[in-house]
Design a protein around this ligand. Structure first.
Ligand code: AHR
Length: 515
């Protein structure tokens, strides 16, 4: 691994009477862009997979685990604090095996199935449409429903929308009322299938395009509810999938197209452990994660070419790290731990997402509880918040804020992958008269001296500052040790004639609010 030496223009600045060498400079262009960072970039994904739903979000009303109407109380409260804007459900691959009518009505009469995608677990459907939509309503989350194209009928999907959103005297709305819910729910985001190129039906993009049009035709807008119909988009580098869908579906009811990109070493063979990795593995993974910028750019280029007026949104509705499962756990349940490395991954991804919101309108990390890069892990009685949770919580200041252009002049670390990893990275946004700066130091050993400069009035007061770091990048929160990695007050900064100088500890994420 070679350090790339980059000439830091402006990396020596006068601070008071002394000349202070900086490791990186963040130049903030204060004028503003008028571009709002959609809150939905901070979305979540909940799937009937392992213990995401059962034991994660839901324990049932009769459980001895403290719950609110069946929702696990500790998890419920943690999600409330997180300000989750949108949550996708019920899959993932599970969505194309899911028959929603099995999950409504009295619990004892609900249908059951084997969750063939995920470990062959018995799915008793005790968490269904009412349980999901009521959870969203209680937490102020926008629901994003993923419909079944792979093994479901047009009629089934059409009736699901009617069941959830019609307020008229219709058979499905009456059925909903009979099941105890008088008012329709508001459901905006509706995915027509998931991974149609794979677990969602192994289709070609041409064939799927026709199915999108057919299924989409029968998804109606009821009672003032306007559906935002999302086509099942590409995986990673499959630019042809995006091209064919854009060619066939622009102007045909497609409001959005999805994309999946996982930070994974590869699909065949071991993916590496979540908590055991070398420095080389760490930089390799960061390099893989930031490659998403190139992937986003290329999909967006195709969208720009085939939809010049920008009508179609891009939704990254699955992303995050994917490792080998924790030893001793069901390989089909994809349960993994979450270290400071995952926190850095999350922060770097957000820095990229924020730059592409002209097209990128949503991102949903996989999955919210107990699966891949989760926010929360639970066992029978305890809950831990992961380092990734803390990044989502610290960064929620960027939700619905104005994106402020900035440049980060920093060194880079080269790996075997094409993307060199920035030592320092940053996002700046403004909301309600406050400037928010989030900064990442990816270096495992070196504290980074960073100078933040403004090309306008700058800032004169730091309102709050927090840092997420830990002595060791392998550190994680676990049952019985839930606070190993958590944000604390950050003090290593000073104001300098409208600018800020700060020292970021090795492998850290810092968020400042300033005026
Ligand atoms: O997140 C796990 C799985 O990854 C999802 O179910 C599927 O859509 C993707 O392949």
């Amino acid at each position: 691994m070679k350090k790339l030496m980059i000439l830091l223009a402006g990396a020596f600045l006068s601070a008071g009477t002394s000349l202070l060498a900086q490791d990186a400079t963040v130049r903030v262009h204060e004028a503003g862009t008028g571009v709002t960072i959609p809150a939905e970039i901070y979305g979540q994904f909940s799937e009937h997979l392992g213990r995401c739903i059962y034991g994660g979000l839901w324990v049932g009303k009769d459980s001895s685990v403290p719950n609110i109407e069946g929702y696990r109380k500790d998890v419920f409260d943690a999600l409330k604090a997180l300000k989750v804007p949108v949550m996708r459900w019920p899959g993932g691959c599970f969505a194309d095996d899911y028959h929603w009518m099995d999950g409504i009505g009295p619990q004892e009469k609900r249908g059951y199935l084997t969750n063939t995608n995920w470990g062959g677990t018995l799915e008793d459907n005790s968490f269904g449409t009412h349980e999901f939509l009521n959870l969203c309503e209680l937490l102020g989350i926008q629901p994003y429903i993923s419909g079944n194209v792979g093994s479901g009928s047009v009629q089934e999907m059409s009736q699901w929308v009617e069941y959830m959103t019609s307020d008229a005297k219709t058979p499905m709305a009456d059925l909903r009322r009979a099941n105890g819910r008088e008012e329709p729910w508001k459901v905006k985001y509706f995915g027509i299938g998931n991974e149609a190129w794979g677990c969602g039906g192994n289709m070609t993009p041409e064939y799927y395009s026709d199915l999108f049009r057919r299924y989409g035709t029968y998804l109606h807008d009821y009672a003032g509810n306007r559906l935002f119909k999302i086509a099942s988009g590409a995986s990673d580098y499959d630019y042809n999938w995006t091209r064919v869908l854009m060619r066939n579906l622009v102007g045909k009811g497609m409001a959005g197209i999805s994309l999946h990109y996982y930070t994974v070493t590869g699909w065949n063979g071991p993916k590496g452990a979540a908590t055991k990795f070398s420095d080389k593995d760490y930089y390799w993974l960061l390099s893989k994660t930031i490659e998403i910028e190139d992937v986003l750019r290329k999909h967006i280029e195709i969208m720009d070419e085939l939809d010049r007026s920008g009508r179609v949104a891009l939704l990254l509705d699955e992303w995050g790290t994917w490792y080998d499962v924790e030893p001793g756990t069901n390989p089909g349940h994809l349960y993994q731990q979450n270290t400071m490395r995952d926190a850095i991954v999350a922060a770097l991804n957000f820095d990229i997402f924020h730059k592409y919101t002209r097209r990128l309108k949503m991102a949903n990390i996989a999955q919210v509880v107990n699966v891949l890069q989760s926010m929360i892990l639970t066992n029978e009685t305890e809950m831990v918040l992961t380092p990734t949770y803390h990044v989502f919580e610290m960064y929620n200041v960027h939700q619905d804020a104005e994106f402020i252009e900035s440049e980060c002049l920093t060194g880079h670390v080269k790996t075997e992958r094409p993307c060199a990893v920035p030592e320092v990275d940053a996002t700046v946004s403004r909301k309600d008269g406050e400037m928010h700066l989030s900064l990442v130091n990816t270096d495992l050993k070196k504290a980074m001296k960073v100078s933040v400069t403004f090309d306008g009035d700058g800032v004169s007061k730091i309102l709050s500052a927090r840092v997420l770091t830990s002595g060791d990048v392998h550190d994680y929160n676990d049952f019985g040790k839930p606070d190993v990695v958590k944000p604390v007050a950050f003090k290593d900064y000073k104001l300098t004639r409208g600018g800020i100088e700060l020292t970021l500890p090795p492998c850290s994420v810092v968020v400042l609010a300033a005026k």
